[in-house]
Design a protein around this ligand. Structure first.
Ligand SMILES: Nc1ncnc2c1ncn2[C@@H]1O[C@H](COP(=O)(O)OP(=O)(O)OP(=O)(O)O)[C@@H](O)[C@H]1O
Ligand SMILES: [Mg+2]
Length: 606
């Protein structure tokens, strides 16, 4: 197996700290700026209260206040220069505004840096995860974790967590001022704080479960749309438009119904919540007014109380939602931690490779107890060609994937130039072995870029040389934009055979000493198949080649041919030897050679 080293086992909190590297300080500054904003904002009602009580009104300030009053030139001076109070309020408002600006500015920078780090970390990590991990996870799920889970975490950290701190600071400051002014009235406000928080938490916890259901159903809806758009040709060809439209409509109605249900519940919740908030406000006014009349509260304090209460209740009603969202962010964080904790492959250092390839009792199974390859032993001397032929499902592609360590061997060993597979790094293998996979994949880029993508510093000449060898140069030049033609979504501007040849050219660009073609000529006609093999012999003379095919004519010139049947080598030898042996190879040969030309072509294509 690959000698992997980068083992990580991070908890959700550990993952968050890991992702916050580089942006944590900015977030802390943002929280501090938020605290400053709240502090300055909560001071304003104090100045207003002071003005009403002592400057406009006739009350005498308490002893403890006198130092502050004398700092501003005494009460009489303030009464004559009321603008000083207005300037005080304006200054506090300006400080609050500057703090708010700083909070937003720094928060935006922190968020961008956090998001960038999260995206980069996830993307490069997922690319380095072994194929077995990819086989266990659906692409849609991986993409969802890297996009919507990442967004959830980012939103939570940049908006909700900062808000959480802001609201907690606001509660502390406001309630402290309120309790200093009047304990009884402050208690009325304080009692409602946990009520709103718990009520909000419970409702939003319920709503979140419902939103999750909505998300899942939206996923079903988009999968339906995506599958139909991707397979639009199949839908058209089978005349299934109405069936698919009805299926979509049914899901759409169900999904819309779910939304209506939750929106209705939200409307009821907010109406009740608004009513309670209004009743609480009214209670404060009435009780506050009674205290004023009884002389237990000054007019200034009354105004300050009402202002604090108004400042407080909105954010407090938000708090329940934020707390309930914490668990949602926690789930997303867990899902991302799962990806980051998956072990990356260790690529190791790349070295040159040469010598024979020798498979010794190689066995492999995808699932325990169901071997796909059984004791496969074969030697491919350096510079020779091995042909592999076998029925569909006999294990040919599995074998080549083992050769580039896309999957670990279950048993046996592979030696290259006498070196055991265990001692050959992933980089060494993949730099030295050029593999054309059975399913050719082209990116939505230009044809030229598609060919050059596996090699660094390729010139146009190199690209054209590889394309000529793969017999696709003429096709590409016939396109209006030649090598600059952008290959459409899923390669629609290229035919199946052209795609295969672009994939071959891509592999040939790297001039590797070992070449493996996994049924890579199945979609090209026999004549082109022949030309490509002839070009290869000339261009890559000396390379060790493994060619897999269903077509006898493709492998018949190989130095050695093996027949795979049910994961075992049942026959091996040269073309002539295998024909004489009269086994499966002979049978395939007879079938493929005895058919009329058109039918032969059809069968040979697989
Ligand atoms: N990812 C996988 N998980 C489980 N089983 C798999 C997987 N890939 C292939 N198999 C099974 O392993 C066996 C060999 O598959 P493989 O792709 O190697 O066959 P093949 O000889 O290349 O066939 P073909 O000629 O059709 O390309 C098949 O029975 C297949 O069902
Ligand atoms: Mg295959």
């Amino acid at each position: 197996m690959q000698n992997s080293t980068k083992k990580r086992t991070m908890s959700s909190a550990g993952t968050l700290m890991y992702l916050l590297k580089g942006s944590l300080l900015l977030f802390i500054i943002s929280i501090l700026a938020s605290a400053a904003f709240t502090f300055f904002s909560t001071l304003i009602p104090q100045v207003v209260s002071f003005a009403i009580n002592y400057v406009i009104g006739e009350n005498e300030p308490a002893e403890s206040f006198s130092w502050l009053v004398s700092l501003f030139g005494g009460l009489n001076f303030l009464k004559e220069n009321m603008w000083l109070l207005a300037a005080g309020i304006a200054s506090l408002a300006i400080f609050a505004a500057i703090s708010a600006y700083l909070r937003m500015y720094i928060n935006t920078r922190a968020t961008q840096s956090f998001m960038r780090r999260m995206r980069n970390t996830l993307f490069s990590h997922v690319l380095r995860l072994p194929l077995s991990w990819h086989a266990e996870h659906r692409t849609g799920d991986i993409i969802q974790r890297c996009t919507s889970d990442a967004d959830t975490i980012c939103n939570f950290v940049s908006l909700q967590l900062i808000n959480l701190f802001r609201i907690v600071i606001l509660i502390i400051f406001s309630l402290t001022f309120m309790f200093i002014m009047n304990v009884k009235l402050a208690l009325i406000a304080a009692v409602f704080v946990p009520l709103f928080i718990i009520g909000g938490y419970l409702f939003h916890r319920y709503a979140r479960r419902h939103f999750k259901k909505c998300d899942e159903e939206e996923g079903v809806l988009s999968t339906l749309a995506q599958e139909n758009f991707t397979g639009v040709r199949v839908v058209r060809a089978f005349g299934r438009e109405k069936y698919e439209r009805d299926k979509f409509e049914k899901q759409n109605v169900y999904y819309t119904g779910l939304w209506l249900k939750i929106l209705n519940k939200m409307a009821v919740y907010w109406t009740v919540n608004n009513f309670i908030a209004a009743a609480q406000g009214m209670l404060m006014v009435v009780v506050g007014a009674v205290f004023c009349v009884k002389g237990q509260l000054s007019a200034g304090e009354f105004v300050a109380f009402i202002t604090y209460n108004a400042m407080l209740m909105g954010p407090v009603r938000e708090l329940g939602r934020i707390i309930s969202n914490m668990s949602k962010a926690g789930v997303s964080l867990g899902r991302i931690a799962e990806i980051l904790n998956a072990q990356e492959e260790d690529y190791g250092e790349s070295k040159a490779l040469s010598g024979d390839i020798e498979l010794k009792d190689v066995s492999f199974s995808y699932e325990e107890g169901k071997p796909v390859l059984k004791d496969v032993s074969v030697k491919v001397p350096q510079g020779t060609t091995l042909g592999i032929i076998g029925a569909s499902g006999s294990g040919k592609s599995t074998l080549v994937q083992l050769l580039v360590k896309l999957m670990p061997l279950s048993g046996g060993d592979i030696l290259i130039g006498g070196q055991s597979f265990k001692d050959i790094s992933l980089s060494t293998l993949r730099e030295n072995i050029g593999l054309v996979l059975q399913e050719s994949y082209v990116y939505t880029r230009t044809v030229g870029e598609n060919i050059a993508m596996a090699s660094n510093g390729a010139t146009q000449e190199d690209i054209e040389d590889a394309a000529r060898c793969a017999c696709v140069d003429d096709n590409i030049k016939a396109f209006a934009n030649g090598y600059d033609t952008v290959v459409g979504e899923r390669g629609v501007t290229l035919s199946g055979g052209q795609k295969q040849r672009v994939a071959i050219a891509r592999t040939l660009m790297r001039k590797t000493p070992y070449l493996i073609f996994d049924d890579s000529l199945s979609a090209v006609d026999s004549e082109t198949d022949f030309s490509i093999r002839r070009n290869l012999r000339e261009r890559n003379a000396g390379a060790t080649v493994i060619i897999i095919s269903h077509r006898i004519t493709t492998v018949m010139h190989a130095d050695n041919i093996i027949v795979l049947d049910g994961g075992k080598i049942t026959e091996s030898g040269t073309h002539a030897e295998l024909l004489n042996a009269g086994g499966l190879y002979r049978k395939i040969y007879d079938v493929q050679m005895s058919l009329p030309d058109e039918l032969k072509e059809e069968v040979q294509r697989g």
